[in-house]
Every structure is written in structure tokens, then in C-alpha cells.
Design a protein. Structure first.
Length: 228
């Protein structure tokens, strides 16, 4: 399936290394070139079909599909490459995942896989590094919006890190966003009454207790007098 080529602006690599950035750009450029060839083939295929040349239309359609497959392959290579570099040992915390350089759909897939794996391993929280969105429309990161949407779909609480708006803290086990000791920020997932149960007894039970208690005291008093 073709992946729309939209990602958070700025550098794909979260650290200073032009060689890594250039390799990433090379793979994405190859994918874009294949996308242009795909679109051209499909456009000519449609023209051939409308002109009554079914054989040419089919041939061009198949050629376009081949370009689409190569585009997907280059995009996958770019996604895998930049993910390995951004998430190499020592570059992120063990409880974090860096999504820089990913297209929106790629980031969603990668994050969901990580969330499910961490939940299966009993991890309490995950920090998604999405960037500050300075290069996206209105200053709001598209990847950040997708992360929040995914958390809502999975019923997970989340909040933006107060010290770094490019980081989203996701609670993998329910309740308030982790790590503990911090409050505020946007909360997603489950809310309100789902987490707060009343601690008092119904009014009817209180009334019954008020009626039974004097009778019980009288019985105890009578029994104590007989024994003594």
C-alpha cells in the first residue's frame, strides 16, 4: 500500500550527522521519483483506456503498479534506516521511542507495535518523541496529532511533557499518565466516572443500620446482665 509522503518538517535525524541525513534523503528522493513515474503511468493508462486501447492501458497500469511497489520499498528502507539511527543504543532512553523522520502512517504503525510489545512485557509507560512541529501547518505536529489519536483509539491516558512539548508520555496500564509526580497537560483515553467509584453506602443501608443498632444494643445489655 502506498504511503502518503507527509512527515514532520526539519531534520529527520535527531542528532548532528549529515551523512545519515543525506542517506535518508537519498532513499526518500528515490521513493518520490518512483511515485512520479507511477502517477505518469496511471495517467497515461487512463488516457489509453478512454481512447479505446485496452491493451496499452493494461500494460501502463502494470508498469505503474511496479513503480508503486518500488516506491513502497524505498520508503520502507528510509523508515527502517532512520528509525535504527534515531533509536540506537545511547540515543534514547529505554522507555522512549523517537519518531523523527517517519511519515505519519509509518509513525502510527511503529508506535502501535511498540505499545503492544511494551504492554505485553509489563512496561508501565512509553515516551513518544514527536518533535515540536515548528515546520508543520499552524505549528502543530501532524505526527503528534496522530499519536494522540492512536492513544484515544487504544483507550490510553497520555499527556504532553511539561518540560518538552515534543514528547508525549503514554500510560500503558491505565490511570493517570506516567511517570508519577507530575500533573497537568492534555489527557486522553478514559476519563471521569470510569476511574472514580463512590465509597459511601446507599442511603437505604444507612437507614437500616440506624434501626438495627438500638435493638442490638438492647439485646447485648440484657445478655450481659444475665451473665453477670
Amino acid at each position: 500500500m502506498a504511503i502518503p509522503m507527509h512527515r514532520l518538517g526539519g531534520r529527520a535525524f535527531a542528532h548532528d550527522d549529515d551523512d545519515i541525513e543525506q542517506e535518508y534523503d537519498r532513499l526518500r528522493d528515490l521513493a518520490r521519483a518512483e511515485a512520479e513515474k507511477r502517477n505518469d503511468c496511471f495517467a497515461r493508462s487512463r488516457q489509453a483506456y478512454e481512447g479505446g486501447d485496452g491493451a496499452a492501458a493494461k500494460e501502463l497500469s502494470n508498469e505503474g503498479k511496479a513503480h508503486a511497489a518500488r516506491m513502497d520499498d524505498y520508503n520502507q528502507q528510509a523508515s527502517d534506516f532512520i528509525f535504527r539511527e534515531n533509536n540506537a543504543s545511547g540515543r534514547v532512553e529505554p522507555d522512549a521511542i523517537d519518531l523523527h523522520g517517519q511519515f505519519v502512517e509509518e509513525a502510527e504503525r511503529i508506535l502501535e507495535e511498540r505499545i503492544r510489545a511494551d504492554q505485553a512485557n509489563g512496561q508501565t509507560h512509553l515516551i513518544a518523541i514527536v518533535g515540536k512541529g515548528n515546520h508543520s501547518s499552524g505549528g502543530v505536529a501532524r505526527i503528534k496529532s496522530k499519536v494522540e489519536e492512536l492513544c484515544q483509539e487504544l483507550g490510553l491516558q497520555y499527556r504532553t511533557d511539561e518540560d518538552n512539548v515534543g514528547r508525549i508520555i503514554i500510560n500503558l496500564q491505565g490511570g493517570e499518565p506516567l511517570p508519577p509526580g507530575h500533573h497537568g497537560g492534555h489527557h486522553g483515553g478514559q476519563h471521569g466516572g470510569q476511574h472514580h467509584q463512590p465509597h459511601h453506602q446507599p442511603q437505604q443501608d444507612e437507614g437500616q443500620n440506624n434501626e438495627v443498632l438500638p435493638w442490638l444494643l438492647r439485646k447485648l445489655e440484657k445478655h450481659c446482665c444475665v451473665v453477670m
